[in-house]
Ligand binder design. Sequence first.
Ligand code: C2E
Ligand code: CA
Ligand code: CA
Length: 703
Amino acid sequence: MKQLGDFETNTDILVKKEYCKKLYSGFMQAQALANIGHWELDLVEDTLYWSDEVYRIFGFEPQEFDATYEAFLDHIHPEDREMVNDAYVKSLHEKRGYHIEHRIVRKDGSVGFVEERCEHEFGSDGKPKRSIGTVHDITEKKLAENELFLASTLFKKMNDGVMITDTAQRIIIVNAAFSKMSGYEPEEIIGKTPNIMSSGWHDKNFYQELWKSINADGQWSGEVIDRRKDGELYTAQLNIIAIYNNKDELTNYISIVNDISEKKQKETLIHNLAYFDSLTELPNRVLFQERVSRKIPSLKRSGKKMALLFIDMDNFKNINDTFGHFTGDRFLIEVAKVIKNLLREQDTLARLGGDEFATVIEDIDSLVDVASIAQKIIDIFAKPLKIEDKEFYTGASVGISIYPDDARSYEELVKAADTAMYQVKEAGKNGYKFYTQTMNEKVTQRMHIENDLRCAIEKDELFLEYQPKVNIVTKSVYGMEALVRWNHTTKGVIRPDEFIPISEETGQILLLGLWVAKRAIYDTKMLHDEGKRVIVSINVSSKQLNDASFVDDICAITDEIGLERDFIELEITETHIMKNVDKALQILNELHKRGFLLSIDDFGTGYSSLNYLKKLPTKTIKIDRSFVLDIDKNPHDRSIVAAIIAMANSLGKDVIAEGSETREHVEALRLLECSKVQGYYFSKPLKIEQFKEFIADFKYDAI
Ligand code: C2E
Ligand code: CA
Ligand code: CA
């Protein structure tokens, strides 16, 4: 193969030139691709040559002007100029090449970075002949390096903990802040998974949701509770970001962690200061107001009642004055403790200030319940409070207001309860009072009834009356309803409406109900034995129905007395059934299975759905007396009764109309084809002896 120096002829020279040109342009292209230019300084001729790429690096068109060493110095960043010049001069002097990096200022004023290398040629006399150098544009590399430097400085110095894992969640790197927070040095934790920091505080579900969010949105942020190396738990604000490369492949997860335990503690402290009484640790007035006010809208919706009890300690001032504040404080702490023990977990007891406490009782069934809680509070102070070795005789005055009867806002409720409390103080302290006088009377009366009822059965004060049930088609007395009465020692005969609801609230109905059933079934059995085979109807309240042993108890009674069950009808009111249809259905089915007859009492006052009526095993529907009252005068009532009868017929059930007081009532019912009637028109409820006479004498001449 020919060498460059082998070319001799003209053609050869041309070819050589052509070859050199090609070689040169290839060389230039290579320079452009590599961002490397070269220059030559002829020190003998004092000429400078820049390759095209050098011009481009400086931001010029190739060969835009003749290159000079001054032009070169001009485009060096002013701060680097001296250093570059020195390097050149020094290297000439020391007769060896140099290699430096420096900044340049391009034609458009922008700053770039170059790497320069230079070598010199010397003559035999030792004088420099030529300098040859390369200029490499390293701006991009420099900027990237700079960015990396900044990022790594940030990573090292930032206060947030950073942990980076691979896709298998193995930890690759953590920063100093992370080590400080977690207590783990990098070498202890790298290669492991973040699980080693898990506190066990969060359940599986929590982590499932977390990963779901990362997979869907590429990130998750929230609070977690982690465990430090020394075992201590801490709350952290955690940010997890999934990292993807430019091919959209998942490469890493970055977690940024902030220890917010202290912030949390401060928040709790501030919350406690604002909402709790520091002495007794009970909610303070602010929190109490907030809680009570928050309850009001839901009470409005549900129609339920709530009681607010305002409790003021009697003669606290004395204790404070005599024994000093320290003892006074101990006294209040003790008071808070004993009252709190008495309440249910969900009831809020608050200290409103001084020796004033307050509580609310939700979901109250009756005023009696509220009164008995107030009484219990008062009763605890009947005994002296023991603090250290001293005994303190005190008492409590309790004022009670009821939402919504007395007031509908927090402020008014407190005001009303406070007023009631003052009345207690005026009446001699140590007691409770409701805000409304009628409530006070009602409660006292109820409490008396409750007390007296307790021994009514033992004292044999209860008795039954029976109201005949007449079939106006067959013109016969086919049954009777047992109605309980109470012959009170001082008050005389009390109607069931006055004591049945109370006995239901107190639970006394269970015993009372069984007494009624026993007596009614016994009386009926006597009638049967005399050949008067009537059906007896017994009223059963929801409390009895919900009593687990009711079915067995009533079965045992019937068995003992020996009356056939298909002569015993149990009347259950429509509202009771509809309150909990499924439960009622289950019990009614059981009673039906055991052979009892069933009847829906006071029908029309509740909201039966046809759907349930169909399912109920009740044989009879008893139309409420309110529809019968005006049946002869009011077409609207008449059409309701007609509708009930039509519906009952279609369901294959019997109908009876109660409260039929007049001839007109009975006539109207007959026209509507209601064959069974009960009411004053035929008879008031009668004692069993009178009932016997009634059927003996019964002659149907009504219509
Ligand atoms: P109820 O079951 O609807 O009983 C019918 C009530 O209407 C009885 O009142 C009865 O005396 C009255 N009454 C009868 N005919 C007429 C009439 O023509 N006109 C008017 N205006 N009223 C009439 P009583 O005896 O005062 O009973 C009231 C309620 O007490 C009963 O209503 C029933 O719900 C309940 N009750 C009575 N005895 C018992 C019992 O032994 N157990 C249970 N759980 N509740 C009972
Ligand atoms: Ca009844
Ligand atoms: Ca009724």
